[in-house]
Design a protein around this ligand. Structure first.
Ligand code: BG6
Length: 446
């Protein structure tokens, strides 16, 4: 069956940087699809193609169409419908995949338009709809969008995206935790002291300012990526590795998290200078939360994440209680940690205390390392390639459920009304993030 992707937001950053490379890889793997990209910026397909960061080869270009599209202009709809009709040709076994990569405020209008594109078809088609994160702007709008979506599409046809679920490390976290007896035994509040999640980006919002200033860091990454990471770190073992069972366990974790109270929001200086005081877009946040399940209650999870830091790094430190250091009153005995690094490359390290040579029982923490690329090679598909491949194959295993999304909105609700309390110098860590750990007598591991 031929598949036609109708890409809303086709001239945006996401399409250029993530989706186009994924589509090109999947086309090379032999998937049979065409793409109609929709955007306002360019009047012709040639202009659109000229702006792409890499020029796709001729074979791929044959699949790539462009339609200048303005939601407010009814003629645009006509153009999309006739382009779609042209691609369908005589075939009647065609599936339409509508991919919405737009501001949440435009969802409703986009869905209404999609309804009309469908009604213009003279051919029986199956359909799917893909909606990028953040799904909604808060709990109420997410619920309202879902009502609209489900009035046009069945739940089976809806794919809500969080590309972190397509990342190899997220899937690996579950394998590491549940397929290794030595880890299973210690992965709970008897042994874990606290967890640090550090997702720092070195870049600022750059050309995504228009999108980002409406959204801010919490909607951009916390409500989705960070909470999904927390579910993978703390969920109980699913009875089977099926989408339903995994989602069931993730939901139990999300329901056990209280709305976040201990948070601070900050914005980097060059953006503050650009925006002035009128728009207060948080670009960095740090907070502490607890997963109040039997296995994890009492384990603080500290999160810091945002833009314009000195180094781009994504790391999770699972720090274990240091009973021996305390019993022997020896500060040289370091706590054991499992360190999961996902950026700049994927590593899992376990630190253990080892004896230093030529000493009388002096120890030093040593890292035992698993480097994903060294072990498995560098050909692991990017997150978006895995996600889009699942969509093409109608496999719903890497998508958050609506219940997970609603719980995640509930958890971040207090932060959405929060004010930016600090302006931090570009490429420095906000002081509020440092204080968060200091107040608990701890320091960030990185
Ligand atoms: C996106 C956010 O969802 O995730 C971006 O919109 C962020 O602001 C990005 O930079 C981080 O994803 P990754 O895959 O680079 O860790």
């Amino acid at each position: 069956m031929k598949q036609i992707i109708i890409q809303f937001g086709g001239t945006g950053d996401l399409f250029k940087k993530k989706l186009l490379p994924a589509y090109m890889q999947l086309a090379a793997k032999g998937y049979n699809f065409s793409i109609i990209t929709l955007g306002r910026r360019f009047s012709t397909r040639e202009e659109f193609i000229a702006h792409l960061p890499q020029r796709p080869d001729q074979k791929f270009l044959k699949r790539l169409e462009y339609v200048q599209y303005d939601m407010k202009d009814p003629a645009s709809l006509e153009r999309v419908s006739s382009k779609a009709q042209q691609l369908v040709g005589d075939e009647c076994e065609v599936e339409f995949i509508y991919y919405i990569a737009l501001q949440p405020s435009l969802y409703e209008a986009a869905i209404r338009q999609i309804e009309q594109i469908n009604t213009h078809m003279h051919c029986t088609v199956s359909k799917k709809i893909i909606v990028e994160k953040p799904f909604g702007f808060d709990l109420d709008t997410a619920t309202a969008y879902n009502t609209i979506l489900t009035s046009v599409f069945t739940n089976e046809e809806i794919y809500r995206i969080d590309h972190y679920l397509g990342k190899e490390f997220m899937q690996n976290l579950l394998i590491m935790r549940f397929h290794n007896d030595i880890i299973r035994g210690i992965w709970n509040n008897h042994f874990i002291d606290h967890i640090q999640i550090i997702f720092d980006e070195d870049l600022g919002v750059e050309e995504r300012l228009g999108f980002y200033e409406q959204i801010g860091v919490v909607r951009d990454t916390v409500q989705n990526h960070i909470l999904q990471v927390i579910t993978h770190l703390t969920m109980s073992e699913p009875s089977a590795f099926t989408p339903e069972e995994i989602s069931h366990e993730k939901l139990r974790v999300l329901r056990a998290i209280k709305p976040v109270k201990d948070f601070t929001l900050s914005r980097y200086r060059s953006l503050a200078e650009l925006q002035g005081d009128s728009i207060r877009t948080p670009t960095y946040t740090s907070f502490k939360l607890f997963v109040d399940t039997f296995e994890f209650s009492g384990v603080p999870i500290y999160v810091r994440t945002g833009k314009m830091q000195s180094e781009g790094r994504s790391q999770i430190y699972v720090n274990f209680k240091n009973t021996m250091g305390r019993v022997l009153n020896n500060s040289r005995i370091a706590q054991n940690s499992v360190i999961i690094t996902t950026h700049p490359e994927m590593n899992i390290d376990i630190t253990l205390n080892m004896k230093m040579p030529n000493t009388r029982w002096e120890t030093q923490p040593v890292r035992f390392n698993f480097n994903h690329a060294e072990t498995f090679g560098i050909n692991t598909p990017e997150a978006y390639e895995q996600i889009v491949e699942k969509i093409l194959r109608s496999d719903k295993s890497l998508f958050p459920s609506m219940s997970e999304i609603q719980e995640a909105w509930r958890i971040v609700t207090p932060t959405l009304q929060g004010n930016v309390v600090e302006t931090y110098d570009d490429h420095t860590l906000p002081a509020s993030a440092v204080r968060l750990l200091e107040e608990d007598g701890r320091v960030w591991n990185a």
